[in-house]
Design a protein around this ligand. Sequence first.
Ligand SMILES: C[S@@+](CC[C@H](N)C(=O)[O-])C[C@H]1O[C@@H](n2cnc3c(N)ncnc32)[C@H](O)[C@@H]1O
Length: 242
Amino acid sequence: MNRAYWDAQAARWDAEIFDSLAEDRTGVIRRALRRAARAHDAVLDFGCGVGGYLPFLARSFARVHGVDWSARCVAAARRRAAALPNVTVERSTPRALARLAGGFGCVVAANVVIHPAQRVRERLWGGLRRAVRRGGTAIVVVPSLESAAFCESVRRRTAPRRASSYDFHPGMRRLEAGVVAIEGVPTKHYVHDELSAALTLAGFRPFRVSRVRYSWTTENLTPPRRLHAGLPWDWLAEARAV
Ligand SMILES: C[S@@+](CC[C@H](N)C(=O)[O-])C[C@H]1O[C@@H](n2cnc3c(N)ncnc32)[C@H](O)[C@@H]1O
């Protein structure tokens, strides 16, 4: 899941990369972003990918800046933002991040802090904290380990012959807590309290953690209707920079 991996994904994004904003069944992400936009003018979309969040952010905030370490993602995000006058996008080089530090009241990171290596994730948490000014808001979406375990148990009970989406990557020699391979790609998943702890250690005070609910079809499952009250989910954290 390095920069070359994300460069390669840029060309086949819609087929490969999950769109949390579009799939959010209850609109919890949009509500969190609107709340933040009422308090802050400028938002940084950290790890903006090909820019899926940019149009909504452009409608909600006065000024939007997207950064991503993948040049191909940045090129695609710039094309998407071409008609959005309040949006700019650039590569997240160390120099760019130093220049942008403290310049935003809000930072958004949707499924960005998901690298399997802890030291890479720690750098990212630090980058998010430096981007936002004190008192600012972080809005973070990450995969839920509880949801992965729940979906796997539902698959085993209701569709045991269907191949699982989840596995441990064959190349992984050490089982690091919470790293689950999705379609073969090792991806960090978080339990609820761990997400709060990671934000706290990075210099944020989490004030709300919610579930972003997705339909069962996103898991390639069609469980019986009586299980439809519980849907797969990501964690969404809202946190204040302290
Ligand atoms: C799953 S995609 C999510 C993209 C976008 N936030 C969305 O939800 O549509 C993760 C993105 O994070 C970017 N990314 C991962 N690590 C990064 C880093 N250290 N610095 C900047 N971008 C990073 C990747 O290039 C990729 O575009």
